[in-house]
Design a protein around this ligand. Sequence first.
Ligand SMILES: [Zn+2]
Length: 321
Amino acid sequence: MGETYVGVDVGGTKVLAVRLSAAGVLEATATRPMPGVSAGPDAVEEAVALAARDVYAAGAPAALGVSAAGLVDATGERFLFGAHLPWRDAPVRRSIERRLEQMERGSGGGAPSGGPRGPNPRVVLDNDANCAAYAELVAGAARGVRSALLITIGTGIGGAVVLDGRVIRGAHGLAGEFGHMQAVPDGLACECGLRGCWEQYCSGRALERVTRVALGRHLDGPEVTALALAGDQVALHSFASIGTWLGVGTAALVSAFDPEVVVVGGGVSAVGDLLLGPARRALAGSLQGTAYRSVPELVPAGLGPEAGAIGAALLARDGRS
Ligand SMILES: [Zn+2]
């Protein structure tokens, strides 16, 4: 059997692991529930290691990538902060590597299937949006593209910048945190403590708020999505509202980075053109010189909820540049 690569995505509600072949073919997936933040770092590291081992083939993978929802430092050693994860400025890359080594020893060195023992895998750590962007670049909607932006719209907004084929991390590893760019001076209060952040106007939470204001009662994101797909006018208007904000914010990013494509992922983007149509119109209306330049395509993500884990495995395979 050839070399394999494992990626583990650590999110707010679950730990998702995938195994890829050396060629990048998805061979196995597994999920484990995410222990709550209050369970502490040890419990989460254990869940990561167990989910990884759930997808091991006959031996340990050649390398293992971890995609984590939050801020990862520029060296890829430390997880700085994430609202839904328990680590605070902690050396997570090494902790997980050590945890895997301990488990390997504890199991007598044998792989779950009793196959030959491989060396302990090298562990690579990165931010979840960076991982997802790398997956889209190698195997998804930005395949063959040199410069792209990824915008993921879930509860909030995640983002990543790819220029000239590389994920750009910035001086401290924090590039691409688009959700907290100020869109409206003195605007709506954000959970981060600032006001008027973009994700207050373009996110799953924004979708729920706009719908609540129009209807006078609360519906969650999947309910609004189902109504919109059934043609409900209020729900369609809600998606048009956040879609317009998506386009306006994207125009600022396009002015800054000049990408070929902008890939839009995340749960809220599942409605496709009901969101992307208004976004494309707002993007074209918010860029200078559109008669004389190409407006980048706004395209749906090519990979589903496994994008972060797949990207982590690919970064482990290719090296975190
Ligand atoms: Zn904010």
